[in-house]
Design a protein around this ligand. Structure first.
Ligand code: ACO
Length: 320
């Protein structure tokens, strides 16, 4: 039993995701490049419920991505392999970018080229700065895209694996359906007279029909890349989507597909902040009438359930 165990690897621990800023002129020495490395949260959609890979000792699967363009490279290493070992690339292939390569030298060349030349696609919506340490030269920019936006389909094919790796229950979305909308967040870094871009996160949304002639916009996937989490970017992205939905007459309501606990927290905090600013909780008295919930939901394009939740939070806050 024990001897079998040493041939089993946890797939989420084996996969190393690397975001690479391949600064041209840094040669072959990886140390000169700026590399951020982390593991995926979830690999069960790829390797099965147990997240196990059989047949290797000291297995490492490296997925390198150029930090802006997300051009990617696959490589793996191990100390020993059994003849019956699981096939790694064949198992992962459907979840990885279609244009992933396995030639590391070529990847370095592409990443160096992209470091200088990559620019985000779509329509720039807005930008902001943060006072996070190390972000002094950074501006964060939102871009709005659809699948018919030039270069977006290609970029989406590269980024969608991050949904699988970091959003529980996520699946690859139908990229032939042109109704999808996406909002991308990039970091623009100005250094030494040069501007470079890093991918920070995204959300994609699907417009459902709201009887008789409006739209229920559903946030489907929402992701901030691990190195950028807990710096306020998730809230910025959420606020940016909400402001957009509020400004569009055809949108009646914003909903969210299977929010997890972290997203629900983020949503509650931001909705509470907005409703507070609008004075919705002034003169708050329990019980809150259904009509009042309906009216607030309709005015602020939130679901009745979410508004009821916000009223509950506001009442609890009053008790404290
Ligand atoms: N310093 C320290 N903490 C900060 C700072 C800062 N400068 N700015 C914000 N924070 C805190 C917030 O107060 C908040 O704290 P809390 O967790 O105690 O409430 C926390 O950081 C998170 O807030 P944000 O930074 O605005 O959110 P973040 O950018 O981390 O995004 C998200 C949150 C989207 C859940 C992100 O962690 C993520 O992408 N996770 C993986 C994927 C995922 O779970 N996506 C949602 C699935 S549901 C769906 O897709 C519909």
């Amino acid at each position: 039993m024990n001897s079998l165990k040493q041939w089993v690897t946890n797939s989420s621990e084996a996969v190393n995701i690397r975001l690479v800023k391949a600064v041209p002129g840094s040669g072959d020495d990886d140390d000169e490049d700026d590399i951020i490395e982390f593991n995926p949260e979830f690999t069960y959609p790829i390797f099965g419920e147990q997240e196990q890979i059989f047949g290797y000792k000291d297995l490492m699967i490296n997925l390198e991505f150029a930090s802006g363009s997300l051009a990617s490279c696959f490589s793996m290493g191990y100390k020993e392999k059994k003849p019956t070992a699981d096939k790694i690339y064949a198992t992962m292939k459907d979840f990885l970018p279609e244009d992933i390569i396995d030639n590391h030298d070529l990847f370095t060349q592409i990443a160096q080229r992209d470091y200088i030349s990559f620019k985000p696609m779509g329509t720039k919506v807005s930008e902001y700065r943060t006072n996070a340490e190390g972000a002094e030269n950074s501006v964060f920019e939102f871009y709005q895209c659809k699948f018919n936006t030039p270069r977006f389909l290609e970029f989406h094919k590269r980024m969608q694996c991050f949904a699988i790796f970091f959003i529980e229950g996520a699946s690859i979305i139908e990229d032939t359906d042109e109704k999808w909308e996406a909002r991308l967040l990039f970091e623009r870094v100005s250094e030494n007279g040069q501007e470079t871009y890093n991918f920070v996160g995204y959300s994609n949304m699907y417009p459902y029909f709201y009887y008789p002639d409006q739209i229920r916009m559903r946030i489907s996937q929402f992701l901030i890349m691990p190195p950028y989490q807990k710096q306020g970017h998730g809230s910025r992205l959420y606020q940016s989507l909400y402001n957009d939905f509020c400004s569009r007459k055809e949108i009646r309501e914003m909903t969210v597909e299977d929010p997890n606990e972290e997203f629900s927290d983020l949503r509650d905090k931001n909705d509470m902040k907005h409703l507070d600013a609008k004075g919705v909780f002034n003169d708050l008295q329990a019980p809150v009438k259904k009509d009042r919930i309906d009216q607030v939901a309709a005015t602020y394009k939130l679901t009745k359930r979410q508004v009821a939740r916000c009223f509950e939070l506001a009442l609890l806050r009053k008790l404290d």
